[in-house]
Design a protein around this ligand. Structure first.
Ligand code: SF4
Length: 343
């Protein structure tokens, strides 16, 4: 499968073809992806036919469109049965693709649909890149009701913890930047706070955006919501985020899933403001998407507003993230969770 092959080794897939054929294939895979090999018009019919069956390292099992055509969510299925989710969202002037880096997740955050199903396996670099290529081809050939016909932003916020799959995620970023020619400033890596991975990312050559999923502003509460906090407590996560900001000059963002009566108190907002203030971080507040295996509920609208108002009163930039695709289970792991619950 071409995306599972290193871009420099594509010639191995078609040993009988002239060397320039692999250059043509490279162009179609990375510079101008198409949904179907039939559109790769300068390749010989035999190559196109062979690619038709194995162009993508997955099949599209579910495609759901929501928000009046401005959101599409895919559940891709790999040959080994692994479920890979990606969500594409269009806005005026930009498109954002949310991609997965693992199948399942071992970190078991209490409110997360992906975490509730445990860890299955890491995604390969090519499986991550193929999500980007597929969305790019979709935008060009089908399109959303809003936004440009190409990807402008990619966020590693789908299923899995990207920094727990560091080397493959790193290689996928390298391909997105070097082969697909996207600016690293358009890429955001989200982490729940894997400090060694944050430190490695700080040493990388790219000006990536870093988003830290905090969800709680003291260790006592965070230990219950984000169990990995016991290994990498808040102070260490904050220090690693500060080091990233210091090295890259890229403002770190803090992600905060608001859960009713759990982390939506004014006391938590005050503590969060202290951390965000020290980091100069922007806070994205996301109302919880309820999951099948948890009784946690999203905060009520009045509480969400009060939480954000309090942050702003303490001079913190805070945004309530729109819950795109809530009618299609668009939070990470939810499409898969929904299918498991109904099967
Ligand atoms: S929130 Fe992220 S790190 Fe936590 S279980 Fe879900 S996918 Fe894993």
């Amino acid at each position: 499968m071409p995306y599972l092959t290193h871009p420099a080794e594509l010639a191995q897939l078609f040993p009988g073809e002239a060397p320039y054929r692999s250059q043509q294939l490279y162009h179609w895979l990375y510079r101008r992806p198409t949904l179907s090999a039939a559109s790769m018009t300068d390749l010989p019919p035999g190559m196109r036919k062979a690619l038709t069956d194995r162009l993508w390292p997955f099949v599209v099992e579910v495609e759901q469109i929501a928000d009046k055509g401005s959101t599409v969510k895919w559940l891709f299925r790999a040959p080994d049965g692994a479920a890979i989710e990606a969500v594409l969202m269009g806005y005026p002037g930009r498109t954002t693709l949310c991609i997965s880096s693992q199948v399942g997740c071992a970190l078991a955050c209490s409110f997360c649909a992906t975490g509730q199903f445990g860890f299955e396996r890491h995604l390969q670099a090519g499986e991550i890149v193929a999500q980007v290529a597929y969305a790019g081809a979709y935008l060009r050939e089908v399109g959303l009701s809003i936004g440009p016909d190409h990807l402008t932003n990619i966020v590693f916020m789908g299923m899995g913890e990207p920094l727990a799959n560091y080397d493959r995620v790193r290689e996928s970023i390298r391909r997105i930047v070097d082969d697909m020619e996207m600016s690293p400033r358009r890429l955001t890596v989200s982490t729940v706070g894997l400090v060694p991975g944050m430190q490695r990312l700080t040493e990388e050559p790219w000006q990536l955006n870093l988003a830290v999923s905090l969800h709680a502003a003291d260790d006592e509460l965070r230990n219950t919501l984000v169990p990995i906090n016991r290994r990498y407590p808040l102070a260490e996560v904050e220090a690693a985020a500060a080091a990233y900001f210091g090295r890259k000059g890229r403002r770190v963002s803090i992600e905060w899933t608001l859960i009713d009566n759990v982390n939506d108190t004014i006391e938590q907002a005050t503590k969060l403001a202290s951390i965000a203030g020290r980091l100069g971080a922007h806070v994205n507040v996301i109302p919880l998407n309820p999951t099948p295996l948890s009784t946690d509920q999203p905060s009520r609208t009045a509480q969400i507003r009060a939480f954000v108002r309090h942050l702003r009163s303490l001079d913190i930039n805070a945004t309530i993230r729109d819950t795109r695709g809530s009618d299609i289970d668009a939070a990470c792991g939810q499409l898969r969770a929904g299918r498991a619950a109904s099967s």
